[in-house]
Design a protein around this ligand. Sequence first.
Ligand code: MG
Length: 497
Amino acid sequence: MAFSDPKILELIKAYRPIWALSSSGALLEWDLEVNMPERASESRGVIMAELALIRQDRMKSVYPILEEASARSKDLNDEERGVVRILERMKKYYTRIPPELLEEEQRLAVEATIVWREARKKSDFNQFKPYLERILALKIKEAEKLGYENHPYNAMLDLGEEGFTVEDMDSMFSRMIPGLKKILEKTRVAKKFPSRHPLEEIKYDVGSMGVVNREITEILDMPKDRFRMDTSTHPFMTGTSRDDIRITTRYEGVDFRNTMYSVIHESGHAIYELQLDEKLNYTPVSQAASTGFHESQSRFWENIIGRSKGFVTLIKPLLMKNLSFLAPYDDDNELYQYVNLVRPGLIRVDADELTYNFHIALRYEIEKKLFDGKLSVGELPSMWNDTMSDYLGITPHNDAEGVLQDIHWSGGSWGYFPTYSLGNIIGGMIWHNIRKDLDLEELAAKGNFTPIKTWLYDRIHRWGAIYPPKELARKTLGESYNPERMLQYLEQKYVGK
Ligand code: MG
């Protein structure tokens, strides 16, 4: 029994309606992206805002019990202490940030996202600039309300990745960037991976690709009675409980890699949630350890498994059968190269494994410096262009393919970008550890994913959010976040024999 302390049982009972409200919100959000008629967006916004208010209000009934449970911390087991810790974090967020500030942030996010879309279309940063200044001011206010040590941006980082700081991120990027530059250069010289492939231009039939995607989820053995897949503008994963996990993909109609790897990426997120320990159901610890850990699962399945030679061999018959344009490319190595093209580019979402983290490092530096006043919003485009030129040797021709490309800043997601790199770093640590026990290439080639899932369950999934992410990393991956593992993985794959 994971929970036996009477105070904790009382606390979990008080939390249950809050869990139910959050799950309902997730379903409404899924519906908004997948099914909802366009005109419903306004009323749906009202419904979701009201639900959030009820949830926040309902949290008040948790606080007195939480205080009592907190006082007896030393009598509790790890799972029980995890419950207290997560609820303390929620309490901090809800009680320190005035509802007016949250409301103002939400309103501005809606307005600014519309302006951002417009500005991106015209490639005109100046149109977006005043909104960005206002959003930044509100976010800094939020950081002040939340409180922080050493750097205001730490308040934002902690929201997605508990206990994560500017010092952590600085030390990681200062090792990663020079390491990645070296590997990228060696990859260019070795020419083992091409920078272009004719398949990038080839259009596919959406119906046939749907069949391929569906079969990919079967190959990954996603449970049919607990999982579903739909189509939306941006791929994502969500769910209402561990028995109801949903993913989406999109069909651009050209370059079939994208939709297929979205499916594998989101399936990686889904496997995490499907494998949370049942004993934690309906409690605050029945969730991922952190955003970075969640992303590590999607990146592990997408890149380390999905872009391996073994996996390409496994799915080749399926691809050949359904995609007739592949006939001239009936060769394992050809397909392996196509899914692993290396090309420094301007757009983050199109980046390959080797260049992706440069895009994140750039956004991290910008957010950090905007928060401590070392950079002004007006200086953003020139810093963007200079850094891209330093990192990848390319410069945007305009703001649309530079500083205006991401939705995050207009939508209010600050401190979120670094967790993408953290996902890659943790993915590298998993690669480093799992190879001591399993032969990934062989298992992927055979389509035998059960041992891999069991390994991930033991080290990561079953623990939910019982431990803070840094502690979980030390406990089950043997060390705190270490970027060297990811660099070793990339060096072996792109430069090794
Ligand atoms: Mg993801």
